[in-house]
Design a protein around this ligand. Structure first.
Ligand code: TEU
Ligand code: CA
Length: 557
């Protein structure tokens, strides 16, 4: 095989993220499936998007909805078959849409044959695929008392042996030992398998956790969060490992990668996406998403302040030297954006969704739309723990019940508005049974507002949210200012108005959005009176005043 000259198509990509189990169920088992995805490709194409990211489709016990993979080269049977996947790639490509898969290789499932073999005996050839250590006191205690992202103890004992295995996420997600070159060779085989089948790249799950600093593993027995972070985040060989994947695999395909980085910082990011380093094309940073929580722990809510949001946006817009920023306000781990960031998911739901769309979509970078975001889907209306499915959510609530019972009531409210199932409720297509998602019993409760909020209603509404996204996509596709222009923040201190300019030579695109549910005076607006108004979500515009959740886009040609 020969190395290819990359077209860098990701720079012009407009992504749509599909969460397969909640997208469309075609056989009534309550789970979305590949046939459902295929049947909606014309709809996706009609939005104007030209790339999709698919959350995991691989065979998996679904402990973490597919982020626990038992067989990387097969499809989870309820989702379909490899033949279905091939048809899906081909159909997307026919519509000019590229497809990236979710690559989850920081950990596997505990049902993966490597892991099953690894724990079956100490001499297993797969023993060193994982991170296995002897516990303290002949195994009575784990090597350390650390906890992982899902609140679980980070070490789980292997049967009644003195040994423990390491897992940053659930016990069903043992971490791979990337120091072992055989692990890296297996990962390369997986990449090739999918690229050869038709995938155009990967969204790389928690990619900055793959290299660990084992020298810090015994530093403290106690669960000091920063000691643990230093041991697992941005480890010493991260850059080297990623380069190896590029040189051995990605260089041979016109593919792209976007890495999810956990608590990633700008300095690391600039190394990861610097083309000279040949590691990743883009990364997801979470700074702007984390502004309304303490330490990124979503249920420890913090009041949203536009100035913190702006600070996070500016940091990355000005600070990322290479590659492209990934622009997003939702994904399958976050609550819905309407009703968040100071916006309203009731009276001003549509205006709010449109305003947020304008705020992030024309920034410098590559935008992502998460399924349902284009119709302004709201948080789940589930109020009982029994109806939730996400293990992160359930573990968290269990931890609070056990360790912080006195905070239970207080946290309950923020918990229900922030857990991950909020974004995972079934897609609302129309006002038929289960919002058109499934004729069976959906795996997660459909929101009761499905008769009001659904794709059919949105498509019928020329002033709706889909219409806004279409306009934004059209502008992105036709404007070199959006593609290449500089970013300038126009209003630096307001806690109501977000305003920015994209500039290329004499050409400009200017965006103003109002994050408040009231009128706000904006003197600067009059400066743009003579520019062409490309879009607004209101009819009669004031010269220097913005209505609740108003958005405006001006163009100077
Ligand atoms: O998420 C990584 C991650 O650490 C968080 O976004 C996490 O969900 C959050 O901190 C918990 O509150 C990725 C995937 O996007 C997520 O769906 C998986 O569960 C996780 O990795 C493990 O694979
Ligand atoms: Ca199904």
């Amino acid at each position: 095989m020969k190395k290819v000259i990359k077209t860098d198509w990701y720079k012009k990509a407009i992504f749509y993220q599909i969460y397969p189990r909640s997208f469309l169920d075609t056989n009534g088992d309550g789970l979305g499936d590949i046939k459902g995805i295929i049947s909606k490709i014309p709809y996706l194409a009609s939005l104007g998007i030209n790339a999709v990211w698919l959350s995991p489709l691989y065979d998996s016990p679904q402990v973490d909805n597919g982020y626990d993979i038992a067989d990387y080269c097969n499809i989870y049977p309820p989702f379909g078959t490899l033949e279905d996947a091939k048809e899906m790639f081909a159909t997307f490509h026919k519509y000019g849409i590229r497809v990236i898969m979710d690559l989850v290789v920081n950990h596997t499932s505990d049902k993966h044959s490597w892991f099953v073999d690894a724990i079956s005996n100490e001499n297993s050839p797969y023993r060193d695929f994982y991170i296995i250590r002897k516990g303290k006191n002949e195994g009575e205690l784990p090597p350390t008392n650390w906890r992982g992202f899902f609140q679980e103890p980070i070490w789980t004992r292997i049967g009644n042996t003195p040994y423990y295995y390491f897992h940053e996420f659930a016990a069903g997600q043992p971490d791979l030992n990337w120091e072992n070159p055989k692990v890296r060779e297996e990962v390369k085989k997986i990449l090739k398998f999918w690229l050869d089948m038709g995938a155009d790249g990967f969204r790389c799950d928690v990619i900055n956790l793959i290299s660990k600093d084992y020298s810090r593993f015994e530093k403290s027995y106690m669960n000091f969060i920063f000691t643990k972070f230093a041991a697992v985040i941005n480890g010493p060989r991260l850059h080297e490992f990623l380069r190896e994947l590029s040189e051995d695999v990605y260089d041979y395909y016109d593919s792209m990668t976007v890495g999810e980085t956990v608590f990633g910082d700008l300095e690391e990011a600039n190394k990861l996406v610097n083309p000279a380093n040949n590691e990743l094309n883009m990364i997801f940073n979470m700074d702007h998403i984390n502004v309304d929580s303490w330490f990124g722990a979503k249920w420890y809510g913090k009041k949203f302040k536009l100035k913190n949001f702006r600070k996070a946006i500016n940091k990355w817009q000005y600070g990322l030297k290479y590659g492209n920023n990934s622009l997003f306000i939702e994904n399958h781990d976050q609550r819905r954006s309407v009703g968040r960031f100071g916006t309203d998911d009731k009276e001003y739901r549509i205006k709010s969704a449109q305003m947020l769309a304008c705020t992030y979509f024309l920034l410098k970078g590559t935008p992502f739309i998460y399924q349902g975001q284009e119709i302004g889907m709201t948080n789940s209306d589930i109020t009982n723990l029994e109806d939730l499915r996400d293990l992160d959510a359930l573990n968290t609530m269990a931890t609070i019940h056990t360790h912080l019972p006195f905070l239970r009531r207080m946290i309950r409210k923020s918990f229900f508005s922030t857990h991950r199932d909020n974004a995972r409720t079934p897609m609302q297509w129309d006002n038929s049974i289960n919002g058109g998602f499934s004729k069976g019993t959906p795996w997660l409760k459909v929101n009761a507002n499905k008769d009001l909020i659904n794709v059919k209603n949105e498509l019928d509404n020329p002033d709706g949210i889909i219409a806004t996204y279409k306009k934004l996509i059209e502008l992105r596709k036709s404007s070199d200012v959006i593609l290449e222009g500089e970013y300038h923040c126009l209003i630096k201190h307001s806690n109501s108005i977000f305003a920015y300019q994209r500039k290329l030579g004499d050409k400009e695109v200017v965006v103003f959005t109002n994050f408040k549910n009231k009128d706000v005076k904006v003197k600067l607006l009059s400066k743009y009176e003579n520019y062409e108004l490309y879009y607004s979500n209101y009819e009669d515009l004031d010269k220097d005043l913005m209505k609740p959740y108003e958005a405006r886009i001006y163009i100077k040609k």
